[in-house]
Design a protein around this ligand. Structure first.
Ligand SMILES: [Zn+2]
Length: 111
């Protein structure tokens, strides 16, 4: 599956959790992926909330939106870091590196 297809799947199955706005393809960027795990950065065009999230995309099945979850590491105090700030490419890289090095693998993150 290409990044464009991943974005299309995501925008068609998800909406902003803050304001409920449907995402447009321009609102979503692929940060990176490792196998079936895609790291997405979304910036709501309506309320400008930003999220980094991991999506599990099985090429043999429909987009598993039910298993998409916000990254645990962005909960709590970590989210505050991103409030009212632009996410820089370094932040995204750090996150991707962190995920790539996650010892238990992505399955633990996605439960
Ligand atoms: Zn929104």
């Amino acid at each position: 599956m290409s990044g464009d297809e991943v974005i299309k799947h995501y925008t068609s199955s998800s909406q902003c959790e803050v304001c409920g706005q449907s995402y447009e393809t321009d609102d979503v960027r692929i940060v990176g992926h490792d196998g079936e795990i895609w790291i997405l950065y979304v910036n709501c065009a309506s309320c400008h909330s930003q999220n980094l999230l991991a999506a599990l995309i099985d090429e043999n099945e429909d987009f598993q939106s039910g298993r998409r979850e916000h990254l645990t590491d962005l909960e709590g105090h970590e989210t505050e870091k991103f409030e009212n700030t632009e996410i820089t490419s370094n932040d995204v890289l750090d996150m991707f590196n962190l995920l790539s090095g996650f010892s238990g693998g992505f399955s633990q993150l996605l439960g």
